[in-house]
Ligand binder design. Sequence first.
Ligand code: SF4
Length: 201
Amino acid sequence: MLLEELNEQILKCKKCSLCKTRINVVPGEGSSRAEIMFIGEGPGKNEDEQGIPFVGAAGKLLDKLLASIDLKREDIYIANVIKCRPPGNRDPLSEEVEACRPWLDSQIEMIKPKLIILLGRHSMDRFLPNQKISFDHGKPKRRNKQVYYPIYHPAAALYRNELFEDLKKDFKRIPKVLEIIEKDKVVNNKEEKVKQDGLGI
Ligand code: SF4
């Protein structure tokens, strides 16, 4: 199956109650051959209205951050842990994350990104449970041959300058993380943490 065909199926999904309150399903956007996949929490109001991930102020900030490392949306793939907006932008419920899990897993399986960037704590919880975003942001970790890089969510950084500064710094290191993966310098240690060769952390 192609990614486009998978996303067509996601558009019809009614596996959890969010299907009753959504305007649009937001499966994801970008290149099916992307080396880097960004995963956020879930669609907000603008995304729900337009069916596109990361539009509005947080999306504009993401575009600027991508440009700071010479990337465009077309170079990456961007998706969310859940594909439909929770009413009032509340946190996703565990049953909603579980219902949506196979969709995101299938997208990752098809895209096979070298690096998955986890935007914010809900996205980090989905792949790296029991970690704290305030402590673990900017620290790449390997799980089952996949490298994850948790960073702050752009929406959180919009209103908190200290988070914005951390987000900018973590973003700037994305090319280095990718370079290390590509050169196969990433080595598991016993805690399954990526060897932080050249990352200064
Ligand atoms: S959030 Fe996911 S599981 Fe729930 S209806 Fe939307 S696509 Fe389906």
